[in-house]
Design a binder for this molecule. Structure first.
Ligand code: ADP
Ligand code: MG
Ligand code: MG
Length: 870
């Protein structure tokens, strides 16, 4: 096995083996750019290291040493040699860039003897001792995990002693003295002497890089960015270029285009007489790259031409690191630069206009997840950079919210009507809270995960939501919570960021989102190349219209129950629930029918003939009953019952496990009159709208939730068809409609061919399907999922990203079986996964017709669908 490659042996195509940094160092070498030479230990070696019980095996060890010899030949220097030592950096580099995963070690190969010799020989003792003290500092921190701060304290003490403020003002003598202090500190903390053998130093550093792949920071970053644990990281060992040799040396970073705006001009900073991270670490204020022009014009010109060359070569904006060693320029890194969503769109469009890339490439370049930030308000970054969050929770729905704390949905509504700006803070939300959620600028919950009620509804509304902040000690009754050692009462101002999950004390100004020209262009190209349709989950004409603006091609899920919570309507619905006889229930339903019919008419109007899928009543009935005494009395009066009779009925609705209880199609089996009413509303609305717009191809899709058995579907479909036909006949007209089912119970997947005998379409309800396939509740999973991540049993939240192996297998099976029975069966997905890029890709792969997601995720799904097709 080949575990190690010289830079001159690799190229950009070997990213999987060499990691991003290593592959690009190899590519720059190939392009003939001035790169300090070195070699890369492969990602496979990292995986092997873990397989060998965190040990570098003999074969890998041998190859590393062998490549040190090769590097000595290339550079003409010798590892550990006193006269002409080879000093190297040891740098991590995964396939995908993972900023800040591991700190780099510079100047490795130094020891007391070597440094003494080069200090004399070079005539630059300050440089030599600066290298040495840096090396001890970095090695101690990164390899031996002695905290950085001990060394920083020593530096500060030394500066105070000498009466200077900047590191560069310390003399060779000072730095020599510091090295001694550092080594003493090392011995004090570790109990042994600082290693002097360069080979021992090297192996320690390589191991530290491998180890860093598994540190908690890296694990969290991987989960957030969808990077598999199995990839491993490569290690780059590279000859040093010294930016700390004096004022003809320096180090810097630059972008070929502005990463914030996308403007086409070089953006960069550098520091003279500095090394490594000094520029980003802020030890001194760096200078603008333009100033290099007057200081070292030839170097500046050379750098500009390299920038151009790299951008043309990679056909994307580059983020580069460089070092100048005594007027000689070295390139240390290049990569496709990270950028704001705004800049990403501009750069992609500009590159197409400059003839550098194709439209397809432009579409593929944009990370769909970043589009979110373009569609929601954000905090003013200038203000944000000086403020520290007081807590962090799940980033459940993007956007930024700042306002006065209220603890009930009622108050949220009331205060907003009074003209106040509020954020709703609750243990968790329930369907009753919807109006309050709508009124609030944002929602913060103590419990619940990414698919909790609050999260799902907030995303649907495009409202900022931060969920599951378990650090909060909540006292809802007294309208107060404690967080970060402080008490927050009603009316106190807090802010939170649904994109990062950060929570702040006090007010932070927000900046409204605006959709600009490039956004539309990229979306247009995405639509051109995708085959998967994108619908939306929308329950109101308002949401539907918003989603259409964002490019939705229909409604994949209209949850009718949400309509019942609007003020005024809930009463009739509660009367229906608290009925003893069919007649009583029908009387109550008759009050709801015209209201629901009107909703559907408005939704059809908003969709202008595009498909609309209406799901029949799904949640357990107890979610709708009142808890408030006044409401119970009101209901009793309306029903001509006593308060205690109503309470008995409510009591009777209690279920031990409501999500697996009396809900979905089971409601229709027990109360067929509900389905009759809903069917009548769907069909009457269609008849009316068709009259007004005969040109539209109006064909409502009636979707029955939670089916697990053909006979169940058949029973309900009969009721639907009978009612629909009667309505159509009575109106003396014709209306087309379809009856299909959600596929959200594993049994329905297993028997999909049976179910397809009656179902005219399928739509995967992957929230429930995931919940039932894993057998854990989506509302409670938050409590234990962290332990699953820590133990690497899970790398992702299966409620966010489809579990392709299990849930995905069921989906594939259902598609295949269903289409065998009914070749023209159309199939979609309407779970939260419909807006997740990786899940969209999977849906494309298994041949679904459409994904349906909340309105604000529609652009993300369109782009992800295009990327899946390209
Ligand atoms: P990161 O991935 O965190 O950016 P790097 O490995 O790129 O870490 O290195 C950290 C810093 O050290 C960068 O400023 C880089 O340019 C510098 N550096 C790394 N290797 C060398 C080297 N061989 N010579 C000079 N500077 C180096
Ligand atoms: Mg770097
Ligand atoms: Mg469901």
């Amino acid at each position: 096995n080949k575990w190690v490659y010289l830079f001159e042996e690799g190229d950009a195509g070997m990213r999987n083996t060499l990691g991003g940094k290593g592959a690009n160092l190899a590519e720059m070498t190939r392009l003939g750019l001035p790169v300090p030479q070195g070699f890369t230990i492969t990602t496979q070696a990292c995986t092997q290291y873990y397989e060998d019980g965190q040990n570098i095996n003999d074969e890998i060890m041998e190859q590393i040493l062998d490549h040190i010899t090769k590097l000595e030949k290339i550079t003409g220097k010798k590892f550990g040699d006193k006269e002409n030592p080879l000093l190297v950096s040891v740098r991590s580099g995964a396939r995908a860039s993972m900023p800040g995963m591991m700190d780099t070690i510079l100047n490795l190969g130094l020891n007391e003897e070597v440094v003494g010799t080069i200090a004399k020989k070079s005539g630059n003792p300050r440089w030599a001792w600066d290298c040495y003290r840096r090396f001890i500092q970095m090695y101690s921190d990164v390899v031996m995990e002695v905290g950085k701060k001990y060394f920083e304290e020593l530096i500060d003490k030394m500066k105070a002693q000498k009466g200077v403020t900047e590191d560069v003002e310390l003399t060779a003598e000072d730095l020599k003295e510091l090295s001694d202090q550092f080594k003493a500190e090392y011995k004090n903390k570790i109990g042994s002497d600082f290693p002097t053998d360069p080979k021992e130093q090297l192996m320690g550093a390589v191991k530290a890089v491998f180890r860093s792949w598994d540190n908690p920071r890296a694990n969290v970053y991987r989960r957030d960015n969808d990077i598999p644990y199995s990839w491993g990281t490569a290690v780059n060992v590279q000859m040093m270029a010294f930016g700390n040799m004096g004022d003809t040396s320096g180090t810097g970073v630059a972008f070929t285009r502005d990463p914030a705006t996308g403007e086409k001009h070089i953006m960069g900073e550098f520091l003279l007489n500095a090394q490594g991270e000094d520029v980003v670490a802020g030890v001194r204020t760096p200078q603008h790259i333009d100033q290099l022009k007057s200081m070292m014009p030839e170097v500046y010109e050379q750098f500009l031409s390299i920038c151009k060359k790299l951008e043309n070569h990679y056909k994307d904006m580059q983020d580069m690191e460089f070092t100048i060693e005594d007027r000689k320029l070295y390139m240390l890194q290049t990569r496709n630069g990270k950028r704001t969503a705004f800049a990403a769109l501009k750069i992609a469009c500009d590159l197409v206009d400059e003839g550098m890339i194709t439209e397809e490439r432009a579409v593929s370049m944009i990370d769909p997840r970043n589009l979110d930030s373009l569609l929601h308000p954000t905090f003013d970054t200038n203000v944000l950079k000086d403020i520290k969050p007081i807590a962090k929770a799940l980033a459940a729905s993007p956007g930024a919210a700042s306002g006065q704390v209220v603890f009930t949905a009622e108050d949220a509504k009331k205060w907003t009507l009074e003209g106040k700006t509020v954020v709703l803070v609750r243990l968790e939300t329930s369907p009753e809270d919807i109006e309050g959620m709508k009124a609030a600028k944002g929602i913060l919950t103590v419990r619940g995960g990414m698919t909790s009620h609050a999260a799902v509804v907030a995303r649907g509304m495009g409202k900022c939501c931060v969920a599951g902040c378990s650090d909060i000690a909540m006292d809802e009754a007294n309208k107060v919570f404690r967080l970060a050692g402080k008490e927050f009462r009603e009316g106190d101002i807090i802010s939170f960021d649904g994109t990062t999950g950060n929570i702040y004390e006090g007010e932070i100004p927000t900046v409204e989102a605006n959709i600009v020209g490039e956004f539309g262009r990229i979306m247009g190209w995405a639509d051109k190349y995708r085959t998967l349709k994108v619908r939306t989950n929308a329950d109101t004409p308002y949401d539907a219209a918003k989603a259409r603006e964002l490019g939705a091609e229909g409604i994949g899920l209209c949850r009718t129950e949400h309509m019942f919570f609007e003020s005024g309507r809930i009463d009739a619905f509660r009367e229906m629930i608290c009925s003893d006889t069919v007649e009583e229930r029908e009387t109550a339903l008759a009050k709801i029918l015209p209201v629901q019919q009107k909703d559907f008419e408005e939704i059809y109007e908003a969709l202008e003939g595009n498909p609309v899928t209406i799901r029949f009543l799904d949640p357990p009935l107890h979610e709708f009953v009142p808890s408030d005494e006044a409401d119970i009395e009101k209901l009793a009066k309306a029903k001509n019952k006593t308060v205690s009779q109503i309470k008995d009925i409510i009591q009777g609705l209690h279920e031990f496990n409501p999500m697996m209880g009396h809900r979905g199609c089971r409601l229709t089996v027990t109360y067929p009159e509900i389905a009759k009413m809903q069917t009548a509303a769907v069909i009457r609305a269609a008849i009316n709208v068709k009259k007004a717009h005969p040109e539209w191809n109006l064909k409502p899709e009636i979707m029955i939730p939670l089916i697990s058995e053909l006979k169940e579907l058949k029973f309900i479909k009969n009721i639907v068809v009978e009612t629909a036909e009667a309505e159509i006949k009575a109106a003396g007209t014709s209306v087309e409609y379809e009856v299909g089912t959600m596929i959200e119970i594993p049994r329905a997947c297993l028997l999909a061919d049976e179910i397809a005998k009656e179902a005219e379409f399928f739509c995967f309800g992957t929230n429930d399907l995931t919940q039932m396939t894993f057998g854990f509740s989506r509302d409670d999973a938050g409590k234990f999922l962290d332990a699953y991540y820590d133990t690497k049993i899970f790398e992702n939240d299966p409620f966010v990203k489809i579990d392709r192996e299990g849930v995905g297998k069921l989906m594939e099976m259902a598609c295949e079986l269903g289409k065998k029975e009914r070749p023209n069966l159309h199939i979609g997905i309407c779970g939260e996964h419909g807006g997740d890029p990786s899940s969209v890709e999977f849906c494309h792969k298994i041949g679904l017709d459409y994904v349906s997601c909340s309105p604000f995720r529609v652009p993300i799904a369109r782009l992800a669908a295009a990327q899946a097709a390209i």
